[in-house]
Design a protein around this ligand. Structure first.
Ligand code: SF4
Length: 223
């Protein structure tokens, strides 16, 4: 193997992080539609801003496909302003709501229970939905066994020497092939990687000395 001799298996890393950090309770959405909207709103902004935008949408009673589809853009813009890029995001979530309302109404059960390939095909046809947003919807809203790759996952996997893959699809295949195909596991593991990336494996000045996986990390050991 070209990988580091202390290469940590994905499942072992997940178990270590879970023992250290506990359950992450992610994604914090009350309905699949709220998760879909949140997945779009969280692009290029911190989650705390999304929380404010979601709270505003709830207060305005706009968090169903039919209500959001019919709402004036100005009202949507005002509600989601805290999430940034609100002109663009308002248009995007309204279009998604229109698509869902037209094809499925407010009950998304039939939409979300499709096989993963057809669901992926529908979701990626939505404007402004890239691989990370698409897969967040597949995993967190539809509970499909699809591993989400984000900047934290790329950073931790690279620094730890788990794989030399960097491209989205390759890194996703690496995680999916090294774990039991269980959406709850994928859900928890991804949230734990985000926690590690935010709190220890930071972009600059990572806190390696106190990191719970420091004894198995290539970057830490090589320094
Ligand atoms: S030891 Fe340092 S580089 Fe390695 S995962 Fe932990 S914080 Fe990141």
């Amino acid at each position: 193997m070209r990988f580091f001799c202390l290469h940590m298996h994905s499942l072992e890393l997940c178990e270590t992080l879970y023992a250290e950090f506990g359950p992450q309770h992610w994604w914090p959405g009350e309905t699949p539609f709220e998760i879909i909207v949140g997945a779009v709103l969280t692009q290029n902004t911190a989650w705390s801003n999304v929380e404010n935008a979601i709270a505003n949408l709830k207060r305005a009673r706009l968090l169903t496909p039919t209500k959001l589809a019919r709402a004036p853009l100005s009202k949507i813009r005002a509600a989601i302003k805290p999430s940034g890029y609100y002109n663009q995001k308002a248009l995007r979530i309204k279009k998604i709501a229109q698509y869902l309302a037209k094809n499925y109404g407010d009950d998304l059960t039939r939409f979300l229970s499709q096989p993963v390939c057809s669901l992926r095909h529908e979701v990626e046809s939505w404007k402004g939905v890239g691989p990370e947003t698409r897969d967040s919807i597949l995993l967190y809203a539809a509970q499909k066994p699809v591993f989400v790759i984000d900047a934290y996952t790329v950073r931790v996997a690279g620094r730890m020497g788990m794989t030399d893959k960097r491209a989205y699809r390759e890194l996703q295949a690496f995680f999916e092939s090294s774990l039991p195909k269980n959406p709850r596991l994928f859900n928890e593991f991804h949230a734990l990687l985000v926690h590690l990336g935010k709190n220890y494996c930071r972009k600059t000045k990572p806190l390696c000395a106190s990191c719970p996986v420091k004894t198995r990390c290539r970057r830490r050991i090589r320094r």
